[in-house]
Each structure stands twice: as structure tokens, then as C-alpha cells.
Design a protein around this ligand. Structure first.
Ligand code: F6R
Length: 361
């Protein structure tokens, strides 16, 4: 049941602290700064040379997020839309780890892509929320995200749990491939142990409804970020468009000047996501859109205080490790999308034309 909430989506957004506790339960060793994934015997991934992450929609954004983390630690990683992967057929070798990310474990595009990769000789790993789902049968290994059942068509808590599980997997891969923990590991494990509480803080203090009210009736809504904030920008826009039916687009902040800036007007609020990676560069993008009259809503912990000085509004997130700050920023954007759709009285749990699980290609 919706347990007193008006929509499953709102309930599931609020379930995130518990979901994240389950995702990380008994998998974090904050003391040693390590990851404990019992699913995989010691040195399971020692031979991995590159990682392909295959997924669709929200799960693809989690895949992009993970690719960014893996690359930053020296492991070549590429996130593909599963539907495109089947067409492009990137070469794989036995030392390619193909990670299929699917909440439901039943998405036809993702199943098809992973089947092809396996047939071509890759090693395959399913990252899913559903025990016994088709994807777990198609893959050599599985990593459960343990977010609990998700009923709203818009994926919310499962994105947070996917990113968290993939962050753990990233650190484990680094350990196995290089024989040593990444320099980030200890601080990151600490930050992951605080993540449920940090998400709770966002839920308790968010000004997202006020922002949704302020900008109701805009022509379009844009979302920008770089590094891990790029997939968060795409995810913020996806959630916004799918439940509000308003025009929303996410861009890499670096891409703005190469075209999208032509769309920016005083009637297109821009949500700028700051995670502590290259914030200076994103701040200069903020100034560019402001020069075209667009209001800017910054999602930031604003450690330096500099962002608040320029942004028209701030949706604040607790200060945390930059590699997982995107999860907190995304919670703010989930709430913005929810409230915007709620003000428009959209059928939030069952948006038009969409299904929870897409079992046709
Ligand atoms: C968006 C959404 C979809 C799914 C996509 C993949 O809110 O829910 O974009 O993320 O259809 O679904 P799974 O993860 O079940 O493979």
C-alpha cells in the first residue's frame, strides 16, 4: 500500500534511506576502508581489462555514473544504451566485464544486449533489484541492489541503490585489478555509511516544492552537470519530463555552448548540479545562462560559498564525498519533478504511454 502517501513515487522517494541501508548492509568495511561483496570470491575480477555497462533509461544513467567512477580510477569503462549496443556491437574479449544494469531484470533491450555480449565471449554480471529475474539467468554473476519493491513507474529509490551498488563494485574492481584499494576508498566508504542519513536530511529540508511553484508554467526546464553530475542532469530531466509532461532536457555542462544555449531564455530555468568535481567550470556555465536571462537553481553543498553568491536559488545537499554527491543531488531533483507534476495534477504513478517494465524492443 501507499502507507499514507498520496503516490507510490513519493513513498519510494522517502524510502531511500532504508533502501540505501539495505544496499550497503554488511558490504561496507568502514574500518579498513574496503568493500565486502561476498557474492564474488577473492580476486574474481583480477583479469578485467575493460567494463561495458549496458542499460536503458534511468538504469543507463546509473551505468554512466559508474563509468565515470571507473574511468577516474584507471579502469576503462563505457556506458551504452543497451538498445544501441545490440546494433553497434562493440568488440568484446574474455577480459571485458559486461555489467547489465536493470531494476526489473526484464527489460528486453538489456536482455538482448547482454545475451549478445555473452555469446561473443564476454563475462557478464547483472546488477538488479529483482531476485530470480530473467537477467540473473542470462548473466554469469549477479549483484542485488536490495532497494525493495518499486511500484511507481518512475524509478527513484532504485537509481540511488544502483549507483551505490555500482560504487561498491567499482572499488572492488579496483582492488582486484590493481591489488590495492583506491586512494578514495576509505573516505568513500565513510561517506557511504553516512549516505542514508544524508538522504534523510535532504528529504527533511528540501525546498523543491517552493522551486516547483516558482517556476510552474516555464517554457522548458534544463539540467546541466559534468562528471558524475552529467548522468544526474540527464536523470533529473528524464524524471521531470516523464511525470510532468513538460519539456525537460539534460546536458553535459560542457555541451551548452555547442548548441543548447540557443534554447536558453528567461522562461527556461536551468538546474545546475555541483558535486565538487570541476565546480569552477560549471559555475562559468551558470554565468553564461544567466547572461541570457535564465534563472539558475544550483544543487550544491556549496562548500566554498561561491555558488550561492551567483545562483538564483539553492537546493542544498549535505557535504559529502564528491563521488556520491550525485545521489544526494538526484534526490533533490526527484522532489522537484514530483512537485512539478503534482501541481499539474498528473497521474504520477502511471504516466501516459509508459510502462514500468518494457518487455519489447
Ligand atoms: C524511468 C524508468 C525507465 C527505466 C528503464 C529501464 O523512470 O523507470 O527509464 O529505468 O525502462 O528499466 P529497468 O531498470 O527495469 O531495466
Amino acid at each position: 500500500t501507499k502507507g499514507g502517501y498520496e503516490h507510490y513515487m513519493y513513498k519510494e522517494i522517502h524510502e531511500q534511506p532504508g533502501a540505501l541501508r539495505r544496499t550497503t548492509q554488511s558490504r561496507l568495511n568502514t574500518h579498513a576502508g574496503g568493500v565486502e561483496l561476498e557474492e564474488f570470491p577473492p580476486e574474481s575480477f583480477a583479469d578485467v581489462k575493460q567494463v561495458h555497462l549496458l542499460a536503458m533509461g534511468t538504469s543507463h544513467h546509473a551505468g554512466m555514473y559508474a563509468a565515470s567512477l571507473l574511468n577516474s580510477r584507471g579502469i576503462p569503462a563505457y556506458a551504452f544504451m543497451a538498445g544501441e549496443y545490440s546494433v553497434i556491437k562493440p568488440p568484446v574479449t574474455p577480459d571485458t566485464l559486461v555489467v547489465a544494469v536493470s531494476q526489473s531484470g526484464e527489460t528486453a533491450d538489456t536482455l538482448d544486449a547482454v545475451r549478445r555480449a555473452r555469446a561473443a565471449g564476454a563475462r557478464t554480471l547483472a546488477v538488479t533489484n529483482v531476485v530470480g529475474s530473467s537477467i540473473t539467468r542470462e548473466c554469469d554473476d549477479e549483484l542485488l541492489i536490495r532497494a525493495g519493491p518499486e511500484i511507481g513507474v518512475a524509478a527513484t529509490k532504485t537509481f540511488s541503490s544502483q549507483v551505490t551498488a555500482l560504487t561498491l563494485l567499482t572499488e572492488r574492481l579496483v582492488e582486484d585489478v590493481t591489488g590495492a584499494k583506491s586512494p578514495e576508498a576509505r573516505d568513500l566508504m565513510e561517506a557511504l555509511s553516512r549516505l542514508p542519513g544524508d538522504v534523510q536530511e535532504v528529504l527533511d529540508t528540501s525546498m523543491a516544492r517552493e522551486i516547483a511553484i516558482e517556476y510552474e508554467g516555464s517554457d522548458a526546464y534544463f539540467f546541466i552537470g559534468r562528471g558524475v553530475a552529467h548522468p544526474v542532469a540527464l536523470e533529473g530531466a528524464l524524471k521531470f519530463k516523464e511525470i510532468s509532461y513538460e519539456h525537460a532536457e539534460g546536458f553535459a555542462a560542457s555541451e551548452l555552448k555547442h548548441g543548447p544555449l540557443a534554447l536558453v531564455t528567461p522562461l527556461s530555468p536551468v538546474f545546475a548540479i555541483f558535486t565538487g568535481h570541476e565546480d569552477e567550470a560549471t559555475l562559468s556555465n551558470v554565468k553564461e545562462v544567466q547572461a541570457r536571462g535564465a534563472p539558475v537553481i544550483a544543487i550544491t553543498s556549496d562548500r566554498s560559498g561561491e555558488v550561492t553568491e551567483f545562483a538564483d536559488h539553492v537546493l542544498r545537499i549535505p557535504d559529502t564525498h564528491p563521488d556520491i554527491a550525485g545521489v544526494l543531488a538526484n534526490v533533490q531533483l526527484q522532489l522537484v519533478a514530483y512537485h512539478a507534476a503534482d501541481l499539474l495534477e498528473r497521474p504520477i504513478d502511471k504516466p501516459r504511454n509508459l510502462a514500468k517494465c518494457v518487455t519489447v524492443e
